[in-house]
Design a protein around this ligand. Sequence first.
Ligand code: SAM
Ligand code: SF4
Length: 344
Amino acid sequence: MYRMQQQQIRLTDSYGRVARDLRVSVTDRCNLRCTYCMPEEGMQWIADSRILTLSELERLVRIGVEKLGIRSVRFTGGEPLLRPGLADLIGQTAKMTCDNGEHPDIALTTNGLGLEKHIGKLRDAGLKRINISVDSLDPERFAKLTRRDRLADVLKGIEAAKAAGLRPIKINTVVMPNTNEADILPLLDFCLNQGFQLRFIEEMPLGPPQVWNRDIMVKAEDIKATIEEKYQLSLATGQRASSPAKVWDVVQDGAIIGQVGIIASVTKPFCGDCDRTRLTADGQIRNCLFARREFNLRDLMRGGASDEELALAWAGEMGRKLPGHGIDSPSFLQPQRGMSAIGG
Ligand code: SAM
Ligand code: SF4
């Protein structure tokens, strides 16, 4: 019997990259004001009417997973724990089936505030992996960087994630010039002791204009050199090509005692291996963190488009992905949206 094979749409761009990893921002709101991400005051929040409802979010994630080949979904923000219904959304996502027959790999990036209240429900809903952002273990420096005196609460959240059994727990740290360079080694020691995987991230030009300065930014090579004041680093084996972090084994007295990742988004871009697509809280598809254009899937959906039409529009936007973010180009322009409204 002849059976028409269902055509599979894939998120392929004209350079042959295939997006399999979806970043979903569930809100642009946040309870911190990290200097590299937001201004101290005057943030223009997205109007509630433009924010996707939970069922709209679920529908678009389902289209990504079940029609477009997405295999991993990371929920982020703004601060995703501020979005009511996050656990339900994770629960629905965990039941979806990818094109390899498996359920999607679900992760969360959070600043950890209030995590102890939510972690049980999130884990039970299907959350497997978590990244928690901490830029300093010194309360004063933490408060200077985030403009809120909340380090103790973040540490409580990390402890709760560990107690809930989430593995791996990754810690994200942005290193800022003349601010938290002194935290590089204490944070690494803390993570090595606790069994967490630390990821240092180069600051990207995605915060308030004028904050990022290429001439003084802390580069991956500076971070590596600081770590090497105490430990030897040797390149870890078995790294995923699409992983943005270069992962190093941390060696002390000839023995590997853990690993550390360094994400050189600016000085060593990994655009050629990028496998990401992004959905903002207000339903815009972005084919790159630094894209200057986006596609308004929300209005297409609210106008009555079918799942097929939404999938084709999403694939079309990914087809327009540029070869690289172009930070080094003299014509580089920062995207209109900041990191918190895109979803990091
Ligand atoms: N609020 C959550 C958090 O902070 O983890 C999730 C959203 S936040 C935008 C996601 C990640 O982006 C965090 O690890 C944060 O440190 C990072 N980030 C924000 N602005 C950045 C910038 N300008 N350069 C590099 N990383 C940045
Ligand atoms: Fe909020 Fe995360 Fe941005 Fe910090 S990095 S202001 S915690 S969204």
